[in-house]
Design a protein around this ligand. Structure first.
Ligand code: GAR
Length: 171
């Protein structure tokens, strides 16, 4: 059985999409969250997924003796240091067409830039923010008059659709 660790800091909609996708498949999912009280923890409780709340600064200490086939960042909003990244393969999902709009608030910045197309990128994680090898990208059109919340929900739909399948392929 393959074992993956989803790492998240916030809402956790991608975490939930991953859990649903792998239900009845031979993959064990656990969650690491660095923020006490984050919504993703309520999702883990509801879905019956084992979770760990680990302060960002304790991440290496916590992970060094554990073994996962893949570390899946899903809205984990900290930059992982080299010693953590050396523990295995880390993938991330980012709400833009990288290399455009790296870093925080990518979706909002893309929306406000007036560009007509944005998207979602899944990539391996390197020490520098949002720079690792790109695994897959999907485009999303920003239609004229579209509200930011509409774009957000389209981007999330794309994410929920693409991320679990890519994880499965990598595994
Ligand atoms: C997702 O849109 C993900 O692409 C983004 O955070 C959101 C998490 O949503 N990640 C980044 O911006 C990473 N730089 P979720 O908590 O509902 O899954």
């Amino acid at each position: 059985m393959k074992k993956i660790l989803v790492m998240a800091s916030g809402n956790g909609s991608n975490f939930e999409a991953i859990v649903e996708y792998f239900r009845n498949k031979d993959v064990l999912i656990e969650l690491l969250c660095n923020i006490e009280g984050a919504n993703v923890i309520s999702r883990a409780k509801r879905l019956g997924i084992k979770y760990f709340i680990v302060k960002f600064t304790d991440t290496y200490k916590f992970l060094k003796d554990k073994k996962y086939d893949l570390y899946v960042l899903a809205g984990y909003m900290r930059i992982l240091p080299r010693n953590v990244l050396a523990l295995g393969r880390f993938v991330n999902i980012h709400p833009s067409l990288l290399p455009e709009f790296r870093g925080l608030n990518a979706l909002k910045r893309a929306y406000n830039s007036g560009c007509k197309v944005t998207g979602v990128t899944v990539h391996y994680v390197e020490e520098e923010v949002d720079t690792g090898e790109i695994i897959a990208a999907r485009k999303c059109e920003i239609k004229q008059g579209m509200a930011l919340c509409e774009l957000e929900s389209k981007i999330h739909q794309i994410e929920h659709n693409m991320y679990p399948k890519i994880i499965e392929e990598i595994l």
